[in-house]
Design a protein around this ligand. Structure first.
Ligand SMILES: N[C@@H](CCC(=O)N[C@@H](CS)C(=O)NCC(=O)O)C(=O)O
Length: 217
């Protein structure tokens, strides 16, 4: 059954890999699953055909036969459950990896997104100068905690898992702020994720769409 995901026809980040189709592509690459991509414009995302797939008019979506999913957490979890390589076999290790997926999306991503919103969408508001340091502190609080837990380990809990895939994807969104580089171990963790061949393929594929140049190799 062909897997089809949706992605921005033209990503606002110009191909930096921050649009969330990248994490789904990464999971599919880790799982060795071929997939096709349907590109959507901002206008098409609000039309009934796309709303039937995604009630919140966003990307990415995932279609496979008569299954249609939205939300990257659910999509990556679905992929990880069906293929080796993204979740450990041991039941407890598997539950912990899933916990890290939820932690990435529900505990770390909200302050990271708040920072991005404050910087990009509210930068011209009169209160942003006062608000920005508060938002940055909330991000640093989470990164302090994550950095302590990670220590010098390569991955969050033993071998690489979907928990790391999600956490690295979330942390990548911090790079433009410079805050990630305040944490040497987290910056190394993210770089380690980016160096995985599956991530490199996912990144190249989304970049190709945004630059109009086919991936090298
Ligand atoms: N929680 C959702 C967030 C999806 C999301 O925010 N997608 C962005 C692209 S990265 C989007 O479609 N933004 C356009 C919009 O919300 O209008 C997920 O993880 O899938």
């Amino acid at each position: 059954m062909t897997i089809i995901i949706t992605a921005f026809e033209r990503s606002p980040d110009g191909g930096k890999g921050l649009a969330r189709d990248t994490r789904v592509r990464w999971a599919l690459e880790e799982a060795g699953e071929p997939y096709e991509v349907r590109l959507v414009s901002f206008r098409a995302m609000k039309e009934p055909a796309h709303l039937a797939l995604h009630p919140f008019a966003q990307i990415p979506t995932y279609e496979e036969g008569d299954l249609a999913l939205f939300e990257t957490g659910a999509i990556v979890f679905h992929i990880a459950q069906r293929r080796a390589g993204l979740l450990p076999d041991d039941a407890n290790a598997r539950a912990r990896a899933i916990t890290w997926m939820f932690a990435a999306l529900s505990t770390v991503e909200p302050p990271v997104l708040e920072l991005a919103t404050t910087r990009l969408l509210e930068g011209d508001k009169p209160w942003t100068r006062e608000r920005l340091p508060l938002v940055e502190d909330r991000v640093r609080n989470r990164l302090d905690q994550l950095s302590s837990r990670l220590g010098n380990a390569d991955w969050l809990d033993g071998a690489f898992s979907a928990g790391d895939l999600m956490m690295v994807s979330v942390l990548l969104r911090l790079r433009p702020s410079g805050i990630l580089d305040e944490y040497a171990n987290l910056a190394a963790y993210v770089a380690h994720g980016e160096a995985r061949p599956a991530y490199e393929r996912a990144f190249a594929a989304q970049l190709a769409i945004n630059t109009g140049k086919p991936p090298a190799g």
